[in-house]
Design a protein. Structure first.
Length: 343
């Protein structure tokens, strides 16, 4: 019998494969290098190639799909229950093949090269922002040790630091002043690189129709729109709007047993970066949304009047924005405050 499902455990250099037939019996079990794997799969008759959605899986998936194979990508957490006994590459490949055969398994959509490029830009920007934050915190600590304190906020600190460096008094030693000047130059360099990436995101959203429609939603800006398009594409991988909110971890965790329902805090699953952007966008949009005479505004105002904690209201609004974004992507419409869809 021929191979029906090929489970592939990807590694940076060595990969393990397990091929099973229609009955689930193992037909082949091998280890090979990545290029050998590509040549091997391309010579196989049409079958299902199953992999975990990890680094390099989308690139290989596009190669295999172009040659007529069916590719199924899965989240590693959904594969883990199918791995038997001790963990090794062969067992992982076997578990991947078994998980891909389940009719209720949730699969990950293949990302295009453009989506991966946008995700890469976001990850680089996120790293640069983290480096800038670490640099600012270190610079604050250095000056605090010398008794120099600045108001909270990056902009206030920036203005105060520039003023201090222009003043040639004896507030700090010459060596520390020189060090602070070097760190300030590094800070300016990081600002320039972050602003350059921000400009790329603006140009990208202007060119992309789906991202441009997303920016019509209050609370969804350039960063949110481009990150959403990169992560979910046209949202066809989610059957309902609530599925996108659940994937982003913006819905309550549920612990139900014996017929007793208990809802906890938000699950915080899925894409942490995208969830963070939506939370910040919801926090910025909450004042204007809660004052609007719309169903969404009345819903927010009612929660605030009931005394619901503001952070809980922000998380609920972020979930609502994610659901609106799903409808915008799936239906090809823009958002209007009165819930009137415009083509």
């Amino acid at each position: 019998m021929s191979i029906v499902i090929l489970g592939v455990e990807l590694g940076e250099n060595s990969c393990s494969i397990v091929g099973v037939d229609a009955a689930g019996a193992i037909m082949t079990r091998r280890s090979m290098r990545r290029q050998t794997l590509i040549d091997y799969v391309l010579k196989l008759p049409a079958c299902v190639v199953a992999m975990e959605a990890c680094c390099g899986a989308h690139h290989l998936g596009r190669l295999f799909v172009a040659r007529g194979q069916e590719v199924r990508l899965m989240s590693p957490e959904y594969v883990r229950p199918y791995v038997k006994a001790h963990k090794n590459d062969d067992r992982d490949a076997e578990g991947i093949a078994e998980a891909a055969s389940r009719p209720t398994m949730r699969f990950v959509d293949l990302k295009s090269e453009e989506q991966l490029d946008i995700q890469t830009l976001h990850r680089v920007r996120s790293r640069l922002v983290a480096e800038r934050t670490n640099l600012i915190n270190q610079l604050r600590a250095i000056l605090l040790e010398r008794g120099i304190i600045f108001p909270a906020g990056r902009r206030k600190f920036e203005l105060g630091l520039d003023e201090m460096l222009l003043d040639h008094g004896e507030s700090v030693s010459p060596r520390v002043r020189k060090l602070a000047d070097e760190l300030r130059a590094e800070w300016r360099s990081l600002d320039a690189r972050i602003e350059a990436l921000n400009g790329e995101f603006v140009d990208l959203v202007r060119r992309d129709d789906a991202a441009r429609r997303l920016t019509s939603i209050p609370g969804i800006g350039v960063l949110n729109a481009s990150a959403l398009v990169a992560a979910v594409g046209n949202a066809s991988g989610f059957n309902k709007a609530r599925d996108l909110g659940a994937w982003l971890g913006l819905v309550p965790r549920q612990h139900t047993t014996g017929g007793k329902h208990r809802l906890l805090g938000i699950s915080k699953r899925g894409n942490t970066y995208l969830r963070t952007l939506l939370i910040h966008g919801a926090r910025a949009a909450l004042p204007s949304h809660s004052e609007a005479d719309t169903p969404l505004g009345k819903w927010l105002k009612a929660m605030l009047e009931r005394g619901v904690h503001r952070n809980a209201v922000v998380a609920a609004l972020a979930n609502k924005l994610a659901r609106i974004a799903w409808a915008t992507l799936r239906n090809g419409t823009t958002f209007e405050r009165g819930y009137t869809a415009a083509a």
